[in-house]
Design a protein. Structure first.
Length: 188
């Protein structure tokens, strides 16, 4: 025998549609931002290729060509790092929206379960207090586990961001050093 009426089921389904479509829209917004970013990168890259080709065609000796190549390396590295940062920002902002909705849904569901257990406990026969204590304990344990996983996930995201920044800084410095060495070698 079902405890839910058809009206309750319909109301629940309607309530679930709004978050579903909201998340779908957020996913498409993130995808749209990535497409716009990629289009922008392709346009600027084509313009730079054309400019660099013109410069390369005007080179008169091998040393000048080496110097030109050395001057192009650091900006290219910076652009790649900037692109990576922007992709990371888009991904994390989209993920943050999903997390916000998931947290709200979890909290609402948790409140509903707690209300259901409380209502059942009120109408339960005498002597069933131990069973409801076990249920309460399980609910508390589930909430604690959720909080632990949530905190670990946040720390992992923060660590990934810090690692990306550190790797980007190291790569940028290495690109600059390589360009400087190539430039010095070209002048000799």
């Amino acid at each position: 025998m079902s405890m839910l009426t058809p009206e309750q089921i319909t109301a629940t389904q309607k309530a679930n549609f709004a978050p579903l479509f909201g998340l779908t829209n957020k996913a498409f917004e993130g995808f749209e931002k990535l497409v716009q970013l990629n289009l922008s990168v392709v346009k600027s890259t084509l313009a730079e290729i054309q400019d660099n080709a013109q410069k390369a065609l005007s080179v008169k000796d091998p040393q000048e060509l080496l110097a030109l190549q050395a001057s192009l390396t650091p900006p290219l590295g910076e652009k790649v790092l900037s692109y990576g940062r922007r992709v990371y920002e888009i991904a994390t902002s989209t993920q943050a929206e999903f997390t916000k909705v998931a947290e709200a849904r979890y909290e609402a569901q948790s409140r509903r379960v707690q209300t259901l257990v409380d209502d059942l406990a009120k109408s339960a026969p005498t002597g069933s207090e131990a069973a409801f204590a076990v249920i309460q304990s399980a609910i508390t344990a589930a909430n604690t586990a959720y909080e632990t996983v949530h905190k670990a996930t946040q720390q992992a995201v923060e660590t990934a961001g810090s690692s990306f920044d550190a790797a980007a800084t190291a790569a940028s410095q290495a690109a600059r050093q390589a360009a400087e060495q190539t430039s010095r070698a070209a002048r000799k």
